[in-house]
Design a protein around this ligand. Sequence first.
Ligand code: ACO
Length: 435
Amino acid sequence: MSEETHKAETARLDLPEKAVELPVLHGTMGPDVVDIRRLYADGGVFTFDPGFTSTASCESKITFIDGDRGILLYRGYPIEQLAEKSHHLEVAYLLLYGDLPTAAELEDFEERITRHTMVHEQMHYFYRGFRRDAHPMAIMVGVVGAMSAFYQDSTDINDPEQREIASFRMIAKIPTIAAMAYKYSIGQPFIYPRNDLDYASNFLRMCFAVPAEDYEVDPIIARALDRIFLLHADHEQNASTSTVRLAGSSGANPFACIAAGIACLWGPAHGGANEAALNMLREIGTVDRIPEYIRRAKDKSDPFRLMGFGHRVYKNFDPRAKVLKKSADEVLGLLGIENNPTLQVAKELERIALEDDYFIEKKLYPNVDFYSGIILEALGFPTSMFTPIFALSRTVGWIAQWKEMISDPTQKIGRPRQLYTGPTPRDYVDIEYRS
Ligand code: ACO
């Protein structure tokens, strides 16, 4: 327990047999936390919280969210200020080390990241083992997991220097890995990184240049993409980050842990939602069809949900969606495609949903995925690349959270318990006597 987290009063839990006193912990912000670590030992009971809706799984100093007020802070800095004034690699430094860098620190950090952008040449052959029509996320899970085979000299988690190198490698190579997954899926040759370009420009070039023709990076596009990276960089203990922490809690190497995070992110209820949201907007197609989809979203017998709406934590507007909504207008305007029909459908859908009692009562607002897909499409990315770009962006947060966990002296292997409702003990029945 750190000095910021101090014990104050206790909470009392009256169980049938006895009462248990539980310490109440205060963080610097956010709800107090009842410390139940000794509950089983002292009271002989577990708590039941599937989906962790009321459970703090760790102590962290990285990201703070107030879902009711629509607040997101990275190391205390509001996301809106960072989106306007900062850039992804500066935010990466902030998330990893806790403070904004000085000019010299930033230069050194950028230089160190840049020197790791190439991947082991042998990895090119690894890509070639995949089917051409594989989803880029499928390739990303496999290739990132395989990094532990290619970079064995940075897999010892007990060596701080190896941890640092693994972190740099992961953040530097993930754009190269994502771009290669894309190039492979469209049958084009891989494009090597160029270290004179910034993080977003380099990624754009690796995706869109071909050996026969170079790609001139439009600074407007690079800035818009960098903002998407920054807005997705971390989001405290979401499903994929918790997966990274849980995988890492057993001592697994960082590349294996990030691969686990990518696998979790892929689901449509998490990072896969940006792809699903754009597919839904395209399927709706025209503004006059919106009421039909709103009806379906409200119908409990229909599994359809408005993709890009709702969030486990934000019960007010997702602050990232606010920034991206403005960014979508700017980017499409600058690119001269503001009459894009998908954007028209998105805006109208948002307007109608926000006036509808069902969405108001359930506090369902557009989330970050609702607008990111529109921007990424305008920048020239196919939908299959939306979730890989989310994974690329979140890699920084996963690494920061993993490093924090490894250096936390109270860290233990993650091992939840269960409420067992299966059969009670019974004797084995020989096969001839089974009905
Ligand atoms: N459309 C219609 N109804 C919805 C939606 C939606 N998008 N989201 C939630 N609801 C309804 C549910 O049916 C439920 O209604 P009920 O209380 O009558 O049963 C109620 O709102 C609460 O929903 P839960 O699923 O219990 O909320 P939870 O916090 O578990 O889920 C989630 C959050 C998964 C994000 C959900 O809102 C959803 O599926 N949204 C669509 C997918 C999406 O956009 N995911 C991106 C998340 S953000 C991210 O990963 C970056």
